[in-house]
Design a protein around this ligand. Structure first.
Ligand code: DX5
Ligand code: ZN
Length: 212
C-alpha cells in the first residue's frame, strides 16, 4: 500500500523538521478544513505552496470544505497533484471531477461515515481515487469506524468487475492493526496522522505500514 501521512497532528512550531521526518513517504496528505463543512479550521492553499518549497512528494489534498468548486483553481495553481472533495459538499460532482482532470490533476471524491458507498456508483468510471473516511472528518486521533470495511470491499469488487482505474484510500484511525484490515478489504492508500506523529521512528513505521 501507499502511505500518505497527514501532518494534521504534527508539531506546527517545527513544521519543516516534521515534514522532513516523513521523507520516506511518497505521498503527503493535506487536511484542508474550513470550519463550516467540518467544525475545525486548519489551513488553505498557502500551506500547500509553503510545503511545495521543501518537498517533492505527491501532494494528496483532501478538501473538507463547502463549495469546493470555488477553490479548486487555487489548489491547482499551488501544485496539488491530487484534489479530493466531498460528495456531500457540492451539487455537481461529475462537473467538478472533469474540471480537475482537465487541468492534469488527479481527481478524488470522499464520503463521510454516514454516506452510503452506493451514492458514488455513477461517478466510478471518472475517478482517479475514492477516499473512504473511517472517522468523522474534522480531527485526528479518533477511533477507526468498522463500517468502513464493507465500503472498501464494495469498491474493490466494482473495480475488478468493471475494470475501473481508481485508487481506494482510507483516512482516519489507521495504525498497524487497522492498516492490515483495510488492505485485506482492498485499500490501496492509507492516510496516517496521529499514529505516525506520535511515533519517534517515523520513516521506519512508514515502511512497516506500507508492507502490513
Ligand atoms: C479527519 C482527518 C484525519 C487525519 C488522520 O478529518 O482527515 O483523519 O487525516 O488522522 P488520524 O490518523 O490521527 O486518525
Ligand atoms: Zn484527510
Amino acid at each position: 500500500m501507499i502511505c500518505s501521512p497527514s501532518f494534521l497532528s504534527c508539531d506546527f512550531s517545527k513544521l519543516e523538521t516534521e515534514i522532513k521526518s516523513i521523507n520516506h513517504a511518497k505521498w503527503l496528505h493535506f487536511d484542508v478544513m474550513d470550519g463550516i463543512f467540518v467544525d475545525n479550521i486548519t489551513y488553505d492553499e498557502k500551506m500547500v505552496k509553503k510545503i511545495k518549497a521543501i518537498s517533492s512528494q505527491f501532494f494528496d489534498v483532501h478538501l473538507m470544505i463547502i463549495e469546493p468548486e470555488k477553490h479548486i483553481e487555487e489548489y491547482i495553481k499551488v501544485g496539488a497533484d491530487l484534489i479530493t472533495f466531498h460528495l456531500e459538499a457540492t451539487e455537481d460532482s461529475l462537473e467538478l471531477i472533469k474540471k480537475i482532470k482537465k487541468s492534469n490533476v488527479k481527481a478524488g471524491i470522499s464520503i463521510k461515515p454516514q454516506t452510503s458507498v452506493e451514492s458514488l456508483d455513477h461517478l466510478l468510471p471518472y475517478l482517479d481515487l475514492i477516499l473512504i473516511m473511517s472517522v468523522e472528518p474534522g480531527k485526528g486521533g479518533q477511533k477507526f469506524i468498522e463500517d468502513s470495511l464493507p465500503k472498501i470491499s464494495y469498491l474493490s469488487r466494482k473495480k475488478q468487475l468493471y475494470n475501473y482505474n481508481y485508487l481506494i484510500e482510507v483516512d482516519g484511525g489507521i495504525n498497524l492493526e487497522t492498516a492490515k484490515r483495510v488492505r485485506q478489504s482492498g485499500c490501496d492508500v492509507i492516510v496516517v496522522g496521529s499514529f505516525l506523529f506520535n511515533s519517534s521512528n517515523r520513516n521506519q513505521l512508514i515502511e512497516e505500514l506500507e508492507n502490513v
